[in-house]
Design a protein around this ligand. Structure first.
Ligand code: FAD
Length: 453
């Protein structure tokens, strides 16, 4: 039977269970839908600017990879509930396969489709692809609230090996029509702000595999160096994982193989897995608490006395987001973000702490800025990261742990290489905030909130 394979956050051919299952059963029509909200307003969270840029590159690469195998990528726009039956009718498909997603808007669409597609004569089959462990397989669906026990549990699980790419993709007797990728205008034109992104990244499955290969050459240094923004010691796989150009299972497997020959390097494997486990932990939080991007996980934080939303607050936010705080590590990080669509994890934490604590601006503002500017902007990791720093997330850093950007800079960028690289010779404004007094004010505000009450 001919089947549609609806690709979403899994833009790869290898280790793609939906694609493999469909390919083994007969002709395959790979489809990507630029989803628009349905009649009930349901749909996935709309992508930010940097992620749209990434999506364009990823779809172009996937289209080429499919064409090289005699297949095609069919592009369509609209609510999935309208697009899928239309495309299926155009090519005589009787089934649609997809890999599951956890983003709440997308999940609502998927649930609706599972119920409605059979009436169109279409079987809907979903698969696990983008997580090592799906939330409902953990403790009978009772999510861990603390990371370390979750991590210990995950580390004790036997993980299956990744699946191969389908050996053959049989074409259908008739292809449905496709829209043109360029017509979606996912890339900026005037102004074209994406030069830094182009210089930094190559989206797509092949580039993801290359990046993993480069990382494996240096993985031994990962545990000691992963907190250093001045060293390229982390994998930088995050946007590739976000769009599913590589699966966590493939990344984990490759690191395991690379280190298998060197048992003395078990710490590097454990350190890398631990970060992949944070990704899983965030996804499980999003599943348990779909409002993660807008509501604090700890309800007391709904009462937190944020700075009133006035001109002064807007000016502070603008200085923060544009990298004009006068605090070098923050401004360097925001310059890195603006230029490359990515920021080192350590600097993300320090920048988020400055915004939510020293500037006392709501974490949701920062989350929205990152959502728009990160190429790896992820519906689970981004809100979970913000809530973690702000103190209101699962197993979060305690609120009173206010990062001091100057101490952090001297510990993790000891020779100022990172700051010099991103700040260059630009004129430095005076600091917009006094780190010491603003810290005391933040702690007083936290006390006023009364977490236990
Ligand atoms: P590596 O150290 O090589 O880690 C490998 C992979 O593990 C990453 O690609 C990522 O998928 C996962 N990972 C690593 N650290 C974390 C973490 N702390 N939480 C969850 N997953 C992790 N990550 C995103 O993917 N998308 C986001 O939108 C995002 N927003 C963040 C916002 C804030 C405020 C903070 C503090 C962190 C955020 N992170 C986000 C987590 C982390 O900063 C990035 O995943 C990491 O910097 C990506 O670099 P890497 O691929 O080189 O990481």
């Amino acid at each position: 039977t001919t089947a549609l394979v609806w690709l979403r956050d899994d833009l790869r051919l290898a280790d793609n269970p939906a694609l493999l299952a469909a390919a083994q059963a007969g002709p395959v029509v790979p489809v990507y839908i630029l989803e628009e909200p349905d009649g009930d307003g349901q749909g996935p969270r709309p992508l930010g600017g940097a992620a749209r840029w990434w999506l364009h590159g990823s779809l172009a690469a996937l289209g080429e990879a499919l064409a090289a195998r005699g297949s095609r990528l069919i592009l369509a726009r609209g609510p999935a509930a309208e697009v899928i039956p239309r495309l299926a009718a155009a090519c005589g498909a009787q089934a649609v396969h997809w890999n599951r997603r956890l983003e709440p808007g997308g999940q609502a669409v998927d649930r609706h489709l599972k119920a409605s597609l059979p009436a169109h004569g279409l079987a809907a089959v979903s698969h696990r692809a983008n997580l090592l462990i799906e939330p409902w397989r953990v403790r009978d669906g009772q999510p861990y609230k603390v990371f370390t026990p979750f991590w210990r549990w995950l580390a004790s699980q036997e993980l299956a090996d990744p699946l191969p790419a389908p050996a053959r993709l049989e074409a259908p007797a008739e292809w449905p029509p496709s829209e043109a990728l360029d017509a979606w205008a996912l890339r900026p034109t005037a102004p074209d702000w994406a030069g830094g992104l182009r210089a930094t990244w190559t989206p797509g499955e092949a580039a993801a595999a290359d990046r993993l290969g480069t990382f494996l050459d240096t993985v031994a240094g990962y545990p000691e160096q992963r907190d250093r923004p001045d060293l390229a010691a982390t994998s930088r796989l995050s946007p590739h994982l976000r769009f599913g150009e590589i699966s966590p299972r493939q990344a984990d497997h490759a690191v395991r193989l690379a280190l298998g020959a060197q048992p003395e390097r078990a710490d590097a494997l454990a350190a890398f897995r631990r970060q992949l486990a944070w990704r899983e932990f965030s996804c499980h939080q999003l599943h348990a608490f779909p409002a993660l991007a807008s509501q604090p996980l700890k309800p007391a934080f709904a009462r937190f006395p944020w700075r009133p939303d006035d001109d002064h607050a807007r000016a502070l936010f603008s200085a923060w987001s544009r990298g004009r705080t006068g605090i070098d590590l923050i401004d360097a990080g925001m310059a890195e973000l603006w230029h490359s669509g990515w920021m080192h994890n350590r600097v993300r934490m320090v920048a988020a702490s400055l915004l939510t604590k020293n500037l006392r601006l709501p974490w949701q503002w920062g989350e929205a800025w990152f959502w728009d500017t990160l190429v790896d902007a992820d519906p689970a990791n981004n809100p979970a990261g913000w809530q973690w720093v702000a103190g209101c997330g699962a197993d979060a850093a305690p609120f009173f742990r206010v990062f001091n950007p100057e101490t952090q800079a001297s510990r993790f960028d000891p020779t100022a290489t990172y700051r010099r690289h991103w700040l260059g010779n630009r004129q430095r404004p005076p600091p917009i905030v006094n780190l010491k007094t603003s810290r005391a004010e933040a702690l007083a505000a936290y006390k006023d909130m009364g977490e236990g009450a």
